[in-house]
Design a binder for this molecule. Structure first.
Ligand SMILES: [Zn+2]
Length: 460
């Protein structure tokens, strides 16, 4: 007999299952078998009999099982500056907040990242991406603080090393003291990839290269960042086509619109995903489709900053990979992905496609498989299929908020945020009976408040 503990097998039965596989297969009453952190079986009815070894059985009566949700765009540090500049458009909001953000330090970013990750994990997110682009001189290891927080909370993380090198004196939006030099930014980005990126199957940490936006980054940094990412084999991320003001800025400065600018700087391709993509014409949509460039749709933030409505139905019809993003919590104070499933459906129905825009299954797909494609992880996560990582959420739908909605996916997307009985990352429980198992929520809330006040005191 080996003294190794028997590998754990988890059997989940008696729940509705939305697999989000290629055929959108659903089981009204089905099962999942998980072995060694990977999905072994999924199907209708009870699990096959005769499982051996140590088995945990979960009777999930009244629940819906889905793939874990995937957040493709966020700025964790903004947890400390929620609820400010609440009646501003993007550019005015940025100008109001840059001087505050430029005072952040490592303990602040750690506290904000833990809070952001905890909030998402508690709401069924099992993979998240962070875009951090402000690195004040002497502020410590901000990316390291985010990565540590990801490890503590226990969900998968794509940490992007952002950057800004176009300060006010170069015609950019941020104040000069909030930006790095082009070479500093490139050197630190390369070091981040070398130190932290883990490309293995089941990885808990990817690094991506992420200059902030056309109006905060020089053309040289855009070009060189793309070259660097491709040399290292990592993904590229930035903000694009968010507002009419950005479009005007690109035409004035570069003599072309944002999508054309991205194409000329090497920023369209299947290794790129871009946040927002609100102001795109048919040629832009076709360029994204032709190159396989992905989109992080952030409907709540776009509404909060009066940016507009992204053409999600057109992007999907053209074959563009589209995922969902919370965006920073200074422009989407909930910090949850559930609001984005709901708002993606609702907001797009206010656009030209009206009731034909997106259905409830489409919304769930954006938040799962769509996100997996956007982050380049669709072979590992995003659907409940044998061989994929066991990132699974069990939503309780027989309680007050949902028990009268017969269609479980409609209940999840259109109803209030559903309680979570179990959320697994690679088969490991992260949430059970609505509580985070990995970290203490109250401690995180207290620390975030302390650091939010520290930042407010340090701000001009
Ligand atoms: Zn953003």
């Amino acid at each position: 007999m080996s003294d190794q503990p028997a590998p754990r097998r988890l059997v989940i039965e008696n729940c509705a299952v939305a697999t989000v596989d290629a055929g959108n297969t659903r089981h009204e009453r089905g099962h999942l078998v998980i072995f060694d952190g990977v999905i072994e079986a999924v199907g209708p009815g009870p699990a096959p009999a005769g499982e051996t070894g140590e088995v945990r059985r979960v009777d999930a009566e009244g629940h819906l099982a889905t793939p874990g949700l995937i957040n493709t765009h966020h700025h964790f540090y903004q947890w400390l500056t929620r609820g400010m500049a609440t009646d501003h458009n993007l550019f005015d909001w940025l100008v109001a907040l840059y001087p505050v953000w430029a005072r952040i330090d490592e303990p602040m970013v750690g506290a904000a990242a833990r809070a952001s990750l905890a909030m998402m994990a508690r709401g069924g997110v099992t993979t998240a991406s962070d875009h951090h682009y402000i690195f004040p001189r002497g502020s410590g290891d901000l990316l390291g603080a985010t990565i540590t927080a990801g490890r503590e909370v226990g969900i998968r993380l794509t940490a992007t090393r952002g950057s800004m090198d176009r300060g006010e004196s170069d015609g950019g939006l941020p104040p000069d003291f909030a930006v790095e030099s082009t070479q500093e930014a490139l050197r630190a980005t390369e070091e981040a990839v070398d130190t932290h990126h883990d490309p293995s199957f089941g990885s808990m940490l990817h690094i991506a290269v992420a200059p902030c936006s056309p109006f905060t980054v020089s053309t040289e940094l855009m070009r060189e960042a793309a070259v660097l990412a491709r040399r290292k084999g990592v993904r590229l991320h930035t903000h694009g086509s968010e507002t009419v003001e950005e479009e005007r800025y690109c035409h004035e400065l570069f003599g072309m619109g944002p999508t054309e600018y991205f194409e000329t700087t090497g920023w369209l391709g299947e290794d790129v995903w871009m946040a927002h993509c609100v102001h795109m014409n048919d040629t832009d949509v076709a360029a994204f489709a032709r190159t396989g460039t992905g989109v992080a749709h952030c409907p709540s933030s776009n509404a909060r900053l009066a940016a507009g409505i992204a053409r999600v139905p057109d992007l999907l019809r053209a074959g563009v990979p589209v995922g969902l993003g919370v965006d920073g919590t200074a422009s989407n104070e909930t910090g949850e992905l559930h609001t984005e499933l709901r708002n993606a459906l609702l907001v797009n129905r206010l656009g030209p496609h009206r009731e034909k825009a997106l259905g409830v299954d489409d919304a769930l797909r954006l938040a799962t498989m769509g996100g997996a494609r956007v982050l380049g992880r669709d072979r590992e996560i995003g659907s409940l299929e044998p061989g994929k990582l066991a990132d699974v959420v069990l939503w309780r739908l027989d309680g007050l908020g949902h028990s009268t909605i017969a269609d479980p996916v409609a209940a999840l997307v259109l109803g209030p945020p559903a309680p979570i009985s179990l959320a697994l990352v690679g088969g490991e429980p992260v949430v059970e009976d609505g509580r985070l198992l990995t970290v203490d929520e109250d401690t995180i809330a207290r620390e975030a408040r302390t650091h939010s006040r520290r930042l407010a005191d340090a701000a001009p």
